[in-house]
Design a protein around this ligand. Structure first.
Ligand code: NDP
Ligand code: SSN
Length: 344
């Protein structure tokens, strides 16, 4: 693996019992896919000499906090920033450093990650006043793992690259628990050499990584995946309510689904709490609606018909209007109930 050891000071990293197998194989002419599997074998492909030393992490929400924590636990030197400073405290207590702005984080680190809410916050943190771009320069890299649209990602890329630094978009599949367990799936695109440099860091936070070529492809892949997920959850919600209305036990429906061709971990994980009208937040409903909105924009840009996703998006908008934005996205079922309890 080509590493920029001359650019990046080195650090000892604890990979625990994770081992990585990388199989690069072409899917499209411009793209390579790298798949990583874990086993209890010794790590064969990553050495401590591969790891950039000073890591920045911006955005310590549901996803960013556990991701940064995993880097710290692995022995990385991590500097954090979050708009709401108090969210930095748990990480500072386990050894993270703090800087007062994205600019200062980027200036003091070799590689800076960002996990931000939406296109607006991702662009502002990267390109705004005291933003990442102001602290970037040659030999540095910026990895945006937020879920945004391709245009936003390209805008951020332009600002970063104008400083001489490198850029990688790397949105993730997987939610709160996979983030805690270091089991995320990275959908990356952008500077291939930065992808190689940060590979060992992605492997600390995730279980697999895909390199998809030009900036925008990672964002597009993520939006297509979440478009499908949002529609699946809306359809599942309809099924749960219909089963109950016709006198069936929705818990039994969850069990039946789990044994058949349409089984999905999402249904088995979320179904039991949905039956009890409980929606502990792993993936906030407002972010799922944002992703449907962005996916519909993507579809519009290529005149692709997406009526199911459009209908699902409307349902999430109704759920938001009833004050469910910060609940888990499975709370979309509430939008289908006859008399919704308005949480506002
Ligand atoms: N939760 C999940 O299951 C998954 C989420 N994602 C995506 O990851 C991203 C983060 O998600 P998640 O962690 O759940 O979201 P949270 O809402 O928990 O965290 C959002 C983060 O963005 C910050 N932020 C929001 N607005 C601004 C702003 N204007 N300026 C600076 N910072 C801002 C928040 O700061 P503050 O603390 O100050 O509010 C917080 O750090 C989203 O793009 C989401 O779609 C991807 C995969 C799974
Ligand atoms: O963007 C959120 C994705 C959640 C998941 O993949 O479970």
């Amino acid at each position: 693996m080509a590493m920029c050891s001359s650019f990046y000071p080195l650090l000892h990293i604890n990979f625990g019992n994770k081992a990585r197998l990388i199989f690069p194989f072409p899917t499209k002419p411009q793209s390579l896919v790298c798949f990583k599997a874990f086993s209890s074998q010794a790590d064969t492909s990553t050495t401590k000499d591969d790891i950039p030393a000073r890591i920045g992490f911006l955005g310590l929400g549901i996803m960013g906090s556990p991701m940064a924590q995993n880097l710290l636990k692995a022995g990385c030197d991590v500097t954090v920033w979050n708009r709401t400073k108090s969210k930095c405290d748990p990480l500072l207590s386990i050894g993270a450093k703090y800087k007062a702005s994205p600019e200062e984080v980027a200036a003091s680190c070799d590689i800076t990650f960002a996990m931000l809410a939406d296109p607006e916050s991702a662009a502002d943190v990267a390109c705004g006043k005291r933003g990442v771009a102001s602290g970037m320069g040659p030999g540095k890299g910026y990895v945006d793992v937020s879920t945004v649209d391709g245009d936003t990602s390209k805008l951020i890329c332009q600002h970063i690259k104008a400083t001489g630094a490198q850029f990688l978009e790397a949105p993730v599949s997987g939610s709160k628990k996979p983030a805690e367990d270091g089991q995320l799936i990275f959908l990356t695109a952008g500077d291939r050499s930065l992808y190689e440099v940060v590979g060992p860091l992605l492997d600390i936070m995730g279980k697999s990584r895909f390199y998809l070529g030009d900036v925008g492809n990672g964002a597009a892949m993520k939006l297509v995946v979440n478009m499908i997920m949002g529609s699946m959850m809306a359809s599942f919600s309809e099924g749960l309510l219909l089963s109950e209305k016709v006198g069936l036990d929705p818990s039994v429906l969850v069990e039946v689904i789990s044994q058949g061709a349409i089984s999905a971990p999402m249904y088995s994980m979320k179904g039991p709490s949905m039956v009890k009208s409980l929606y502990p937040t792993a993936f906030p409903l407002k972010h799922q609606q944002k992703d449907l909105r962005l996916a519909l924009g993507l579809a519009e840009s290529v005149s692709q018909s997406t009526p199911i996703a459009a209908a699902a998006n409307e349902l999430y908008k109704v759920a938001k209007s009833h004050g469910l934005s910060d609940d888990d996205f499975s709370a979309v079922i509430e939008a289908l109930k006859a008399r919704i309890q308005d949480k506002k």
